[in-house]
Design a protein around this ligand. Structure first.
Ligand SMILES: *[C@@H]1O[C@H](CO)[C@@H](O)[C@H](O)[C@H]1NC(C)=O
Length: 339
């Protein structure tokens, strides 16, 4: 009887302690998810980029609307179409797999720009400009494409002319590759499909972009790039090898400070949360202008020596992935605060 009573007491105590601990953890997490009220200025948004095509050529911009799924162009008389970051993708006609610059470096030479309110222009060296209508989803033009991890994404196919143009540019053939479009109406199921994401406490599907690898916004700290560059001054690597949306610069920012930035405010409105370090793949070794692979495998070979992630990915880091907590306009030189 006595031992039964004491074992009941022990179990009650264990349950109470674990429940209290759980409540503590939940509260801690809630607190960490709360937008800070105090901010400290660290620098400015020095450069802004948008990449309408996944792995395609960049466009440098002086302002963007930072939406939940990433940057889009501001509407103006010169820009009647609000092209979104990574809203187009190249996929294999036969395998339905999306292609990135890892496998097809010549994608970086493809430029997608605004032609009019419902057409984009496709350009590449030695190719004639092709105007492509932004497709509207209908019963015949959707295609489920797959990402390397097994995740699938619905895309809207841009038609045969765009497919022929892309195939000519990539393999000098009439077919093989097609152009897909994302209308930004559904979010991805990335975390469920990528075991490696579980290492990062704050990485959820709320952080995902359209066809970007991980998140809607990628930031590179200019000081971190400079530190890398000092180690290998002859390597032909620029911040654009890392394909950032925003390059942050401040005279007092130290290399790799971004590892400890939890929250960022840019300008007076946009609020971002750091959800994950950006682990880098072989695509960073592709020259963003020429599409040629770096002979010395820079920047990966040097970064691997001193900036390896402790995550199971075992890849070097440059940049941070962010979730957009509060959308708004970002302009070049806007102040950047941490909280
Ligand atoms: C889809 O394809 C069917 C069969 O070819 C055709 O009758 C229909 O008009 C198409 N729908 C659209 C929206 O193009």
């Amino acid at each position: 009887m006595g031992s039964k009573l004491s074992s009941t007491l022990v179990s009650t105590a264990v349950i109470t302690v674990s429940a209290t601990f759980c409540i503590y953890l939940i509260r801690k997490k809630k607190r960490e998810n709360r937008i800070p009220t105090e901010w400290k200025k660290i620098g400015n948004a020095k450069r802004l980029y948008i990449f309408p095509l996944k792995s395609g050529h960049y466009i440098e911009i002086d302002a963007a609307e930072c939406t939940e799924v990433g940057f889009r162009l501001l509407k103006s008389a010169n820009c009647p179409l609000q092209l979104r970051d990574r809203s187009f993708v190249v996929y294999g006609e036969n395998d339905g797999q999306i292609r990135s610059g890892r496998a097809v470096p010549s994608l970086v030479r493809i430029e997608i720009s605004v032609h009019d309110e419902n057409h984009i222009a496709l350009d590449a060296p030695q190719m004639r400009t092709l105007y492509v209508r932004i497709p509207e989803k209908n019963e015949n033009n959707t295609k489920i494409v797959s990402v390397w991890s097994g995740e699938t994404i619905e895309t809207i196919d841009c038609g045969d002319e765009a497919a022929r143009w892309l195939s000519h540019h990539i393999v000098q053939k009439d077919s093989g590759y097609r152009l897909g479009y994302h209308d930004a109406l559904v979010r991805r199921n990335l975390v469920r499909h990528q075991e490696r994401m579980k290492f990062y406490e704050y990485m959820t599907d709320a952080a995902t972009g359209l066809f970007s690898d991980v998140s809607s916004v990628l930031i590179v700290n200019q000081a971190s790039y400079n530190d890398y560059h000092q180690k290998v001054p002859t390597a032909n690597v620029t911040p654009l090898n890392f394909r950032p949306n925003i390059v942050v610069y401040g005279p007092d920012i130290k290399p790799y400070d971004e590892d400890n930035w939890k929250w960022l405010k840019i300008g007076e409105n946009v609020i971002l949360k750091n959800v994950k370090e950006c682990t880098r793949c072989v695509f960073t070794t592709v020259d963003p202008e020429t599409g040629k692979r770096n002979q010395d495998k820079e920047p990966l070979s040097t970064l691997t020596k001193y900036r390896l992630s402790r995550s199971p990915e075992d890849e070097p880091i440059m940049g941070i992935h962010l979730e957009v907590k509060k959308a708004g306009i970002i302009k070049t030189d806007d102040p950047v605060y941490i909280g």
